[in-house]
Design a protein around this ligand. Structure first.
Ligand code: 3HC
Length: 677
């Protein structure tokens, strides 16, 4: 046999082997090879049983997503899975790494499954806006029950081999290093079993209470998404007395509906966008990286503490520096408290908490940073302060150490200019809470060395961040695009909209919160303390009255003790006051106008960012907004969303309100182009 599938005959057991790097995706050649392999096993009288296994780092990680949206080449995956299941010679799946999606479904077509203890199996299709479309929604409930099937399909998180074993999704655990031999031995053990266990022959018990509880518990998580409901409906179908074939027909119909929809296209876009973001244009992917054995963090406040936790959790020791003992103690105390809270929720073992804390060196001694390979400055946003810190760092940091600033707005080149090693300086803009938010903007200064950038991008993967390269400009990618949204939202208040109306439009769009809810969470007083006598706008007026947001129980909204917001009559008065001072007439503002002014302007800013080459590609901008600001993934990020709205529509909306339209946006709209693809 040629192609990615080969076979090996071990006396009476035929081993069918896939070798399709990097993740053994089930593309057409793999499917054809599997079909041929099974036929070979069936035709050879010497063969009593078959084993399917994969070479490389993982068992099949699913259908080949790059084939989606293109004409399907025969045989389709459902046909292959059915053929395996129909075999009258037993077929054993030998699983290592992650058996995901179609890969998991191949195992469910097999009569038996053996896995190494470190393996995981799951159906993450829902994260691509899909459902398991090769029988997974019908076979999992028949083997493991409705409850686990709901978890696996509608949430999409893979489960460890041990849990799969107890649920019947795996029959036996192999030795971690002896999967092939153990699988062949297992195949011999069960070679004469009659009748063969087939998932399609099993009956799933309906569990309406479990379904109702599952829907209720996950209502918030599923808000706005189409795929979870489709997964749930398919699992219910598996247990409602319908035949297996009826269930499969229903699954196919729902799968095709999702596959043709915008949401799945958006979610697939983000899957590839996230991986694309890691690639740096113009830098050899094999460039030698700098070694990062210890990280230094300057500032033990909320940001510095959160940043430190990323490295500690990844097993990288951290030296954290503060100016005063009480601030240092508070910072280290907060880190411990956060870890202990995770341990209390069962997410960490007590020894992991101690290991992380043991790797933390809190100190008042700035010179201790001399032993660090990467030093991240995380003090407040003030250019003079940052310049002072970088001057001192330059004097003590070891040669080759990477000097990073966590600034969210300031000019990295200006910061770098005070050092004698501007090539070692880079921006690492974490998002708050820094130990939770997945986004990292990596800011490439004019002189940042290629290996510095590549090292930081690679390190971001180690600390489980999604990193995006940004150029030096005010607010980089994310905050720069946030600005027009905030400015326009404030103008709309002056013209007659309420905070509630604007926030409602954004939440209905799928954002976790609207602009004013976000201000209240972040602090209405940000930036105001520098000049507390200034009352130039509504925001200043709120800050001056102590309406600093959630932390003072009042901001754009009033909050009760459980932080539930209600519209504030006082805020309405303040807005009215500013409106009359500006001689503005209150008018009705439509939801459509809110979308055009607060979201279309973001797309326009995104186009400017691309024009100025401050982002490498449109999909990077999408990644920033999905992972940094909670843009709904089913809308694929602002630039993908603009493509789906139609760029002509966006341009028309902007022009209607008199905005200057970015050239790139205009030209793409005129030529019928798109930002993505
Ligand atoms: N199809 C095509 N390409 C895939 C792929 C897939 N299913 N899964 C991963 N890749 C590609 C990635 O795009 C990446 O390509 P690149 O190197 O050119 O950027 C490369 O494989 C390596 O992937 P990762 O960087 O993600 O590698 P990791 O080791 O970090 O993660 C993984 C491995 C856990 C398997 C992860 O890649 C993953 O989660 N893959 C997707 C799994 C999935 O969603 N499966 C379901 C597919 S849909 C389906 O099966 C439908 C069926 O029900 C009919």
């Amino acid at each position: 046999m040629t192609g990615p599938i080969t076979t090996e005959l071990h006396d009476d057991v035929l081993v069918i082997i896939s070798n399709n790097p990097p993740v053994n995706a089930l593309g057409a050649a793999v499917r054809q090879g599997l079909e041929a392999g099974i036929k070979q096993g069936l035709a050879n009288p010497q063969v009593k049983a078959m084993v399917i296994r994969c070479d490389g780092r993982t068992f099949f990680a699913g259908a080949d997503i790059t084939e989606f949206g293109k004409p399907m080449q025969e045989p389709g995956l459902p046909t292959v899975v059915d053929m395996i299941e129909a075999s009258d010679k037993p077929v054993v799946a030998a699983i290592h790494g992650t058996a995901l999606g179609g890969g998991c479904e191949v195992t469910l077509g097999c009569h038996y499954r053996i896995a190494v203890p470190s393996a995981k199996i799951g159906t993450p299709e829902v994260k691509l806006g899909l459902l398991p479309g090769a029988g997974g929604t019908q076979r999992i409930p028949r083997i493991a029950g409705v409850k686990l099937a709901l978890e696996m399909t509608a949430k999409g998180d893979p489960i460890p081999a041990k849990l799969a074993l107890s649920a019947g999704l795996i029959d036996r655990l192999a030795g971690e290093d002896s999967l092939v031999a153990d699988a062949i031995a297992f195949a011999r053990d069960i070679a004469d079993t009659k009748p063969l266990p087939r998932a399609r022959d099993k009956v799933a018990q309906a569990d309406p209470d479990a379904v109702a509880a599952f829907k209720k518990d996950n209502a918030k998580r599923f808000r706005g998404f189409e795929a979870p409901a489709a997964n749930i409906a398919c699992v219910e179908k598996a247990a409602d007395g319908s035949s297996f074939d009826e269930g499969i027909a229903f699954e196919r119909q729902e799968f095709m509906k999702l596959m043709m929809g915008v949401q799945s296209a958006a979610q697939r876009h983000i899957f590839f966008a996230e991986r694309q973001a890691a690639k740096i244009d113009g830098i050899d992917p094999k460039i030698a990286l700098r070694e990062i054995k210890r990280v230094g963090v300057i500032g033990a406040g909320t940001m510095g503490g959160g940043i430190s936790m990323n490295f500690l959790s990844a097993g990288i020791p951290v030296t954290i520096v503060e100016m005063a003992q009480d601030a240092l103690d508070r910072g280290a105390g907060t880190i411990r408290k956060n870890y202990e809270a995770s341990a209390a929720k069962g997410r960490l073992k007590p020894e992991q908490v101690e290991a992380a804390m043991g790797a933390l060196n809190p100190t008042l001694d700035f010179e201790a940073l001399a032993e660090c390979d990467l030093i991240i400055e995380a003090v407040y946003e003030n250019m003079d302060v940052k310049k002072d810190i970088f001057t001192r760092l330059d004097a003590i940091a070891k040669p080759g150490a990477i000097l990073a600033s966590n600034t969210s707005y300031l000019d990295i080149d200006e910061i770098a200019s005070v050092t004698k090693r501007p090539g070692d300086v880079v921006g690492m803009h974490f998002f708050s809470p820094a130990n939770v938010m997945k986004l990292l903007e990596v800011v490439r200064g004019a002189q940042t060395e290629d290996d510095v950038l590549a090292t930081v991008m690679a390190l971001s993967k180690t600390i489980k961040k999604v990193a995006v390269v940004a150029g030096v400009c005010d607010g980089f990618i994310g905050n720069r695009m946030l600005k027009p949204r905030q400015v326009e939202a404030m103008k709309l208040l002056m013209e007659g909209a309420t905070p509630e109306q604007i926030d409602k439009v954004h939440v209905a769009f799928g954002m976790p919160m609207g602009p004013f809810q976000m201000s209240d969470l972040a602090g209405v007083d940000i930036g105001w303390h520098r000049d507390p006598n200034r009352i130039e706008n509504i925001r200043d007026a709120l800050a001056a009255e102590g309406r600093w947001g959630q932390k003072t129980a009042k901001g754009f909204y009033d909050y009760d003790e459980k932080r539930n917001p209600t519209p504030s009559p006082r805020v309405a008065e303040i807005i009215e006051d500013f409106r009359s001072k500006s001689n503005l007439q209150k008018r009705e503002i439509s939801d459509e106008e809110i979308v055009e002014k607060t979201l279309y302007t973001m797309v326009n800013e995104g186009a400017l960012i691309l024009e100025e080459k401050m982002a490498q590609r449109a999909s990077d901008i999408d990644v920033v907004w999905i992972y940094g600001y909670g843009w709904p993934v089913y809308r694929g990020g602002p630039m993908f969303w603009a493509d789906t709205e139609g760029l002509k529509t966006i341009v028309a909306g902007l022009e209607k309100h008199g905005f200057a339209v970015a050239e790139l946006l205009k030209s793409k709209a005129e030529s019928g182009g798109r930002f993505n693809g």
